[in-house]
Design a protein. Sequence first.
Length: 159
Amino acid sequence: MDGEVPDADAVLARVGFDADESVLTRRQAEVLALRERGASQAAIADSLGTSRANISKVESSARENVRKARETVAFAEALGAPVHVEIEPGTDLYDVPDAVYAAADDADVKVPLSAPEVMKRVSDVDEDAVTDREVHSHLLVTVTANDELRVRVGPDEAP
């Protein structure tokens, strides 16, 4: 997108942004919406009458707020999930699916993924969580009542 910036108000209206219900400020939502539509930080800054550095800071804060909101949702889902499996550092990645399947069987919950898919989800949670076949981080695997498997990096030590 060469300097052309869509109308931020129109974009936010189209996607149903409500500042009263969002963790983002209106400006953060504007910047993210415009960046997602290919506008450069410089073009957005010109359009909004501010500096590129300011837009960079707003975008960075917005992305951090989105990350925190996602983590909050994952935490809330984990609270109500019928299946919780803690994977300790040093665990062989190939042992993870059996642990998840066993816990799911105990809770009468279906795991909708094959063993390789479970291992991929675990490996993909964080670039440093698994190398070769060894788990290096404390991981929390949950399966929700809707049969969705979630993997989160947990605290360094389990309680």
